[in-house]
Unconditional design. Structure first.
Length: 317
């Protein structure tokens, strides 16, 4: 991660990341008002720190992605030219010597220079040139992998849902607090109904029949909710830290660490070295062709190339 992003992460309190002092012990969250207030403050602080850390990680991810794209765009053709020259030199050497070992190396070099399979062929339908299919996206995002089995939920689900709407609809009350509670409840009911989840609807019916929670129950539930939120924030931070480490340890991240202040300059420097390598290989190829004479070289190299292509699996003659 670049120094600025690291500094942002440190300022956000995530290097190192320590759980807030207000987190209760493993014995379970306290439910008194003061403990809940401390949990509230701890959650707010952890959320802000996590947001700052996410910004730092995302900033670095964008830099890695941009560097990778520019690396491929600017340097890919140069690497391709070097590979092509290696093939031509190997074929020229084989044409000069006629040695079976040199011919074998030339064929292997030509075979390695063949284009990669198409994306669809490589991933056997799991990914195409447009990216992941909808099913794979759904799996990765937690959405349904398959569409619902039927357009209309079961009769029991419809009955439960109608009963919930008739008894818990927000428009049945004027008190704002109660209206907010009902809106939150109906959001859950709508989700269960859209999923056709009979069991979830039945559980919601039981919850509504039990009536609104008491002050003590709400406080206890809030404490448990806040405690679970802190645990989730800690897990999320670990996930981000692992993602950041993976970015830093990758090939592109390692290259970025070589020039954190001027990654564009690093690309130019690498391009300059590649141009030097290309010039050297072109000079070597010109030297080989000059020895043989242009006409003789062309025929022999073409013959070596055909010999290599003839051994390509699945290729027509």
């Amino acid at each position: 991660m670049d120094p600025e992003a690291q500094q942002e992460a440190r300022q956000a309190g995530h290097e190192p990341y320590n759980a807030p002092e207000a987190v209760p012990s493993k014995g379970g969250p306290s439910t008194d008002g003061e403990a809940v207030d401390r949990l509230e403050r701890a959650v707010r602080a952890a959320e802000w720190a996590l947001i700052e850390y996410e910004i730092a990680v995302e900033t670095f991810r964008v830099e890695v992605e941009n560097f990778s794209r520019l690396h491929e765009q600017r340097l890919g053709p140069l690497y391709g030219r070097i590979e092509e020259l290696d093939v031509l030199i190997a074929e020229a050497v084989a044409a000069c010597s006629g040695d079976p070992e040199d011919l074998r190396r030339a064929r292997e070099a030509r075979a390695s220079f063949l284009p990669m399979p198409a994306v669809e062929e490589l991933y056997q339908g799991w990914m195409d040139s447009a990216g992941l299919p909808p099913e794979a996206v759904a799996m990765l995002t937690g959405q349904r992998v398959r569409p619902p089995e039927r357009v209309r939920p079961s009769e029991r689900a419809r009955r439960l849902y109608r009963e919930l709407v008739r008894s818990a609809h927000p428009d049945l009350v004027q008190d704002e607090a109660e209206r907010g509670r009902r809106e939150e409840f109906m959001t859950r009911a709508n989700k269960a109904y859209s999923d056709g989840d009979e069991e979830a609807l039945a559980a919601l019916a039981e919850e509504w029949a039990a009536g609104p929670p008491t002050v003590e129950e709400r406080e206890a539930a809030r404490g448990e909710e806040l405690y679970a939120r802190l645990e989730w924030l800690a897990r999320r931070k670990e996930t981000l830290a692992a993602a950041a480490a993976e970015l830093e340890e990758g090939a592109i991240g390692s290259m970025l660490r070589l020039a954190p202040d001027d990654p564009d300059g690093l690309l130019e420097e690498i391009a300059g070295r590649l141009h030097e390598r290309i010039a050297g290989k072109e000079a070597r190829l010109a030297e080989l062709t000059g020895r043989m004479g242009r006409a003789g070289y062309a025929g022999q190299v073409d013959e070596a190339g055909r010999a290599g292509r003839a051994e390509e699996p699945g290729r027509a003659g």
